[in-house]
Design a protein around this ligand. Structure first.
Ligand SMILES: [Zn+2]
Length: 259
């Protein structure tokens, strides 16, 4: 499960490309380093950052839309009419953590600082999705909802869907209390032992990647189509980690776009 990446920098923002997706020739798929704050915490430079981003991707600044991110399991379909929502203008509906489109040149964005960004591409139907899956979304199996919606609304077939799990707090670093286990009981039963690794008497290490993989395999994705960038936000100093820095302002942007 390896995904290669390359880095290049513009205005001190580092961009990683998700090559396993980009090599299909169908999409742009990227994540940034810790220089890009999200719209909820504007620091004065964020609009300039979007200008840089849109220049690099050769799209209009008005072709970007974002998840609303309130730790739901809700997936929203986006079209060009929704472009700019959450970036340059307010969102027209609230509370959704995943977005899907089949329209070209519409950049779907989410923001993370330890939570899991998950990229989806159906290379046959040419549909993409971007999902923000923190521990709450992971417990609610939001990725399963994204796949279901890709299939029900766009005619996607599970065996054609490629998924890439982006940088997040890894299983060696993400320490949680045992009270979290009950939140996962609805969607994970005998797999709980694989997801929660005992650490101390009342602490566990949470393997969000494993939980996401399990939920994707259960809904019919093929193991060979599930990738991870294998980067930990807590361990990688050039990525955003709330656990490491306690900064609410710093989020990486993760994004996918049909070209
Ligand atoms: Zn780690």
């Amino acid at each position: 499960m390896n995904v290669t990446q390359t880095t290049y920098c513009e205005n001190e923002i580092g961009f990683y490309t998700v090559d396993v997706l980009e090599k299909t020739g169908l999409v742009k798929a990227i994540f940034t380093t810790n220089r890009l704050s999200d719209y909820k915490y504007p620091n004065g430079s964020w609009l300039q950052n979007y200008k840089t981003l849109s220049d690099i991707l050769s799209i209009s600044e008005n072709s970007i839309c974002a998840t609303h991110q309130t730790h739901t399991d809700t997936i929203r379909i986006m079209t060009k009419e929704n472009a700019g929502e959450g970036i340059s203008r307010p969102v027209s509906v609230t509370d959704y953590d995943g977005i899907i489109t089949d329209e070209k040149n519409l950049l779907l964005c989410s923001y993370e600082a330890d939570c899991v960004p998950v990229f989806f591409l159906d290379s046959e139907r040419k549909v993409v999705a971007m999902v923000h899956s923190g521990w709450k979304g992971t417990a609610k199996a939001i990725c399963k909802n994204a796949v279901k919606k890709m299939c029900s609304e766009f005619g996607c077939q599970c065996q054609n869907i490629i998924c890439v799990i982006g940088p997040h707090a890894c299983k060696d670093c993400y320490e949680v209390g045992k009270e979290l286990i009950k939140e996962f009981e609805n969607n994970f039963k005998k797999e709980l032992e694989e997801i929660f690794i005992p650490f101390t008497e009342d602490k566990y290490k949470l393997d969000m990647q494993k939980a996401i993989e399990i939920s994707l395999l259960k809904c019919g994705l093929l193991q060979k189509n599930i990738y991870s960038v294998n980067k930990c936000t807590i361990e990688s100093k050039n990525l955003c980690s709330y656990r490491r820095t306690h900064s609410k302002a710093d989020h990486m942007l993760t994004a996918i776009m049909l070209r």
